[in-house]
Design a protein around this ligand. Sequence first.
Ligand code: NAD
Length: 422
Amino acid sequence: MSTTTTEHISMFEQVLARFDVAANLLKVDDQTKEVLRNPQKTVIVSLPVVMDNGKVQVFQGYRIVHSTLLGPSKGGIRYAMDVDMDEVKALSAWMSFKCAIANLPYGGAKGGVTCDPRTMSVGELERLTRAYTRSMADVFGVDKDIPAPDMNTSGQEMAWIVDEFARVIGHLEPGVVTGKPIAIGGSKGREEATGRGVMVATLAALVKLGLDKNKVTAAVQGFGNVGQNAAKLIAAQGIKIVAISDHTAAYYCKEGIDLDKLTTYWASNKRTLIGYTAPNTVLISNEELITCDVDVLVPAATANQITADNAGSIKAKLIVEGANGPTTADADAILNDKKITVVPDVLANGGGVTVSYFEWVQNRAGHYWSLDEVNTRHDASMTDAFNHVWQASVEFGASMRSGAYIVALRKLDAAIKLKGKY
Ligand code: NAD
């Protein structure tokens, strides 16, 4: 399957490019710009782990706290071979903006380990996760820095983290990490929260664009936590999902993909889509998925998928960014010229951190909410965030992406000024 070349694109440069546009529109001073261009804390650790063959392998782990201006820092942990400082730095800054846009009392952070989890056993992953937690025990804390799942990490890794952290500090602190399984203090609704937020943002944008949800089609890139939940929740609203992909295959079906059948196949096929067959369903390339004839495109897989090379061929009227950084900065102008509305990542995928915040609140209160309560609060919060960003983009005659950064910058700039300097 062909994918867009991503080698030479610095993710942190992508963040700064967007940040600069919004900072100039808002006319924030150089002091604020300088503070926000530099992460507050950067920690790099080497993690020796005994592998199943008895040999020690040393992994690199990262945690970058971009800011604690609005509260303890919050952000996921990613396991992948391409995890590096540049990527973690970019993702940590995005978390600061995302939490501010979602109106949460959190700063931003991100962590990662350079590893290939698909080739590791459960035991190896557990030992790696526990080693990472031990090394980061003085960084993490319920009022300091609160991790969560991201690409290739899930409730299982969060369970190991909460357990290892308890061993280090001598008592259980369930709120030190979110995205935990419900059995050990997770929140109802957290698993599907990011996809749910994508669905709420999609519906809100369709209303603004005057499009009838029952008459539009969508393509979703990615079939993991975000893509799968987003596809199902969007489809449940009457939107027809005609194309879907993962890293192994992409499919198109004019009548609509049978998501139940696809999920059953995926679960039985080592969580991959390769080899799926269904009536009227054709195999397409990842590039064709991005540019296929749909109203809504939901990139929910990985970064740098919409670039200056393919943005000009995109037919969707609306792009809702489930993934972090799926669009490169040089593609922004092309999408703007084509009058394609982009609901940016820092807004569109904020549902996950919003319900993570609810989990943290529930852990601290020792009182747990019903799924209905979680979803009602989530939907209201996402809708508010969407409307604030929309208003800012109208006020400044700018894209929703710039509108989102403006909403965040206003809050971060106010915090910098109120807290003062020394
Ligand atoms: P995941 O590991 O559960 O799933 C990733 C999916 O993307 C998989 O289906 C994988 O096969 C697919 N994929 C990877 N590369 C691809 C490619 N080149 N083309 C097509 N498909 C590809 O990860 P996730 O948690 O769903 O995260 C996806 C994105 O959403 C990431 O950018 C992540 O940072 C972001 N995000 C996740 C959350 C969350 O709560 N999980 C919250 C906010 C943002």
